[in-house]
Design a protein around this ligand. Structure first.
Ligand code: M6R
Length: 360
């Protein structure tokens, strides 16, 4: 792999997302349904519950999909961090489809969780970027994310392709169970086809994140907040920033701030607020207003102007919250990368981290 003129592999991989997400959807989106040649429709027979296990960024993709599985496929869905799942003596029942998500397919905790589920007789599925990895060899079924090699330790294109695969899977199950109207399916498929466009990066957005990085690199406490699928996106934004800039950041559900963290609010607390137009806008707005009233420094990311923000990143207006999700993902990834570059860190090989965590 070459950097092809980009400063870091991470930057190249952020820019590749639009193309790899197209690859990921290729042949899988048909006129009014989703097709996965690699799995049998019967995979969902007798299944009343989905359990997802993963680590790090893959966990965030899984958490995002847990909203989509319940909303679109109407299947009960829970998700656990693999290292927790392994030792909690989990109750596993055979009406559960066990899904693991992993870029590398080698993460020790996720692999062990998969083996436990298999041993308990559950149907298992891995969403993975590496064919012939330990997980693809172990699981009953595999869906490959087709992201191409990811070199940067901070995962970027793996996350966007995982999210798209899981969203498609939610639609696939919804159709298999006959629980989705043609109209909703058409709208979702149309939106999926628009994702590569939302992942295209304009010079304006990149420049904006570069400018913001000048000020925000001085932050020593960041809260990334969002609701619904924007909560896992907030977690992902915070993880990216921590990993490569070494600044303390937390992702939090916006509605939960008043239950403790708002006590931290002051001008030194930097809040990155994810404010989509198409999902719970008024709710997140009122959460951000509460922080602003306590003088927190706010950077809002939204298609809608928001006067109380100290800084504002305007994303394109879209008609579906998942498109806003991907528009914001780009902003968060570039924001972390630009801060890390300004701090002089090794963006691709952050300290203390490895690309593949094969020990527990
Ligand atoms: O290969 P995996 O997806 O199983 O890896 C899981 C995590 O180790 C990984 O996502 C990690 O959190 C990344 N460095 C995040 O950018």
């Amino acid at each position: 792999a070459q950097k092809d003129g980009y400063r870091f592999f991470m930057e190249k991989e952020i820019y590749e997302q639009s193309a790899v997400v197209s690859d990921c959807m290729l042949g899988r989106i048909k006129d009014n349904e989703i097709l996965f040649d690699e799995i049998e429709k019967s995979i969902i027979d007798g299944i009343t519950e989905i359990k997802i296990c993963a680590c790090g960024t893959s966990y965030h993709a899984g958490l995002t999909s847990s909203y989509l599985f319940e909303r679109l496929s109407k299947i009960k869905c829970s998700i656990e961090i693999a290292s927790e799942f392994r030792y909690k003596e989990p109750l596993l029942t055979k009406d559960t489809l066990f899904i693991v998500i992993s870029q590398s397919g080698e993460t020790a905790d996720t692999l062990e969780a998969l083996k436990m589920a298999k041993a308990a007789g559950l149907k298992t599925l891995v969403v993975c970027n590496v064919d012939n990895s330990s997980m693809t060899r172990t699981a009953d079924a595999t869906i490959l994310t087709r992201a191409g090699i990811e070199k940067g330790v901070a995962s970027t294109k793996a996350f966007s392709t995982q999210t798209v695969v899981l969203w498609m899977l939610a639609l696939y199950f919804a159709k298999a169970k006959n629980l989705i109207s043609d109209e909703t399916m058409q709208k979702e498929l149309h939106t999926l086809r628009e994702v590569p466009k939302s992942l295209c990066i304009s010079d304006k957005i990149h420049e904006k994140t570069k400018r913001l990085s000048k000020r925000y690199l001085h932050g020593h406490g960041f809260f990334f907040i969002g609701r619904d699928v924007f909560f896992p996106l907030a977690l992902e934004g915070a993880l990216k920033l921590k990993e490569i800039s070494y600044l303390h950041a937390e992702g939090y559900p916006a509605g939960e701030m008043k239950h403790g963290p708002i006590a931290l609010a002051d001008p030194e607390l930097f809040t990155i607020a994810l404010m989509p137009q198409n999902l719970l806008y008024d709710k997140i707005k009122s959460n951000v207003e509460e922080l602003s009233a306590r003088d927190s420094t706010i950077c809002a990311i939204s298609p809608l102007d928001f006067d109380l923000a100290d800084d504002f990143v305007k994303i394109n207006s879209c008609d579906h919250y998942m498109l806003e999700f991907f528009e914001m993902l780009i902003v968060l990834q570039l924001f972390s990368m630009e801060i890390s570059i300004r701090l002089g860190n090794d963006v691709d090989m952050p300290r203390n981290l490895a690309k593949s965590v094969t020990v527990e």
